[in-house]
Design a protein around this ligand. Sequence first.
Ligand code: M6R
Length: 607
Amino acid sequence: MCGIVGYAGGRDVVPVLLNGLKKLEYRGYDSAGLAIVAGGRLEVKKTKGRLGALCSLMEGRKAPGAVGIGHTRWATHGEPSFENSHPHTNCAGDIAVVHNGIIENYQKLKKWLQQEGVVFVSETDTEVVAHLINRFYEGDLLAAVKAAVSHIEGSYALGVVSEKHPDMIVAAKKDSPLVIGAGRGENLIASDIPAILEYTRDVLFLEDREVAVITRNAVSIFDEYGMPAEREAYHVDWDAAQAEKGGYEHFMIKEIHEEPRAMADTLMSRCRDGMIDLSDIGIDEALVRDISKVGIVACGTAYHAGMVGKYIIEKLARIPVEADIASEFRYRDPLIVPGQLMIIISQSGETADTLAAMREAKKRGAKIAAIVNVVGSTIAREADAVLYTHAGPEIAVASTKAYNTQLMAIYMIALELGRLSGHLDTADYQRYVQGLNRIPALMNTVLQTKDQISRFASQQFSQSSVFFIGRGLDYVLSMEASLKLKEISYVHSEAYAAGELKHGTIALIEDGTLVVATAMQRSLFDKTVSNIKEVKARGARVLAVCFEGSDMPADIADEVIRLPETDDIFAPLLAVTPMQLFAYYMTVEKGFDVDKPRNLAKSVTVE
Ligand code: M6R
């Protein structure tokens, strides 16, 4: 979950590396560093804390035409400190390494190297890589890196420079993302595309166990057997500006405002003349003829999108659905039945638990369809078929627009499964597709609730605990609302099925406790209202979310957010945005870093 970047070209390498790290800071931000080979010398600068501290350290330092690598860290082995910051070097200080991933056998390797006299200065797993490369170095840096990685178990994306090879970066990858930017007279490496977009839009994806040599004028890729590997460039068609704040105070609020466009783009990529077409990802008559079960696997917010999927696929297609948290699925000896479709959901396409769960399901014979946002990511490449969401780059750690587009994708799958299985007749199918098509426009109205929500948050931000309640799809939505609030505002919160409160949790409701109640399932409206009355009677303050025309009793809600009318099944698509806005404004009021919450990282590439 760290970010790595590297540059070989004619520009001043310092700002190129610092700009690249800035774009990768979402991956980790507890320390940063860089290594430059200039004038035949390797120079390493690193510091604990945010990137700003490294920028100050590098002020005035210019290194045109030098090669360099940089790193922004999310600590896994050892606390954030100067010693544990990357780059790490060998004892002589002439080889430097940046790493993203986890070296699982580092203790064993460390012991062996220590017996050979190596003195370690950090607690990290990465430092063993620098010493291993040194151990195998016999004048050929590429050969030394290859030998080193052949001893490593675990995951890695590596950038390596050495003062003995002042023109080159050696890169290697396994189970952690790494892209190569192919420019003119300059080439780059990075953990993610936004870090290189300013310099080139042509990207090569390194595959697992490959190594590459990057110089100013060439990129050479070698497979695990040392044979040259051909790679076609992928041309990135989105803009660098899409990865900038564009006048908004934070990425998160910008990304929330992009939701109508992102949802429309995701829908339009698959929907023409009132028909959805998913045949290219294998959702067709043949699949439905044999289908016995659908499995959905994901983590965090993407899992919550999967839970919505469970409710709507079962409702519209009457096919049994199991939704699993990826880190549980992979170890629970899951039962995959013949004809099972597995839907894997991931914004980044790199989440380690999700990737491992997907591999497990594949090994057990499931057919894999992935819903992924990042084009060319590992999950996208390894799945049998991909339904790309069109959220564009999502930078804020808290996922917003990516979730909305994951929902869009899930609704499309559910509608297609419903149509193909014959459980939705043509009239219902068309009515639902039209309803789905209206959502992006309705979202613009939903966004207008932001002043009301901001005002409410300014009165509530000192709450120490918030409960989100709802029934059916409103409950699933509450799970996402609760995650959003806790991950960025650090306010304790829980999501509860409204009917379940009375079985224990209602004991926590006292005078002034904030309860956010969603009542957008018309068939369950009266029951939810009864549950709201139960908490109100115990002194709760209530924020209610319902449709415009709902008959929400005036005496039970302190604040009511009214959303445009749509079919009940689409409620999560509209109702999640006010929840994201609520989490956002609560966090702004508390003065915390909205885009980079503590202890988290955007892309969780470790187990
Ligand atoms: O990239 P992914 O969608 O696979 O990420 C999964 C989760 O780590 C992610 O959704 C996480 O829960 C977000 N921080 C939520 O806002």
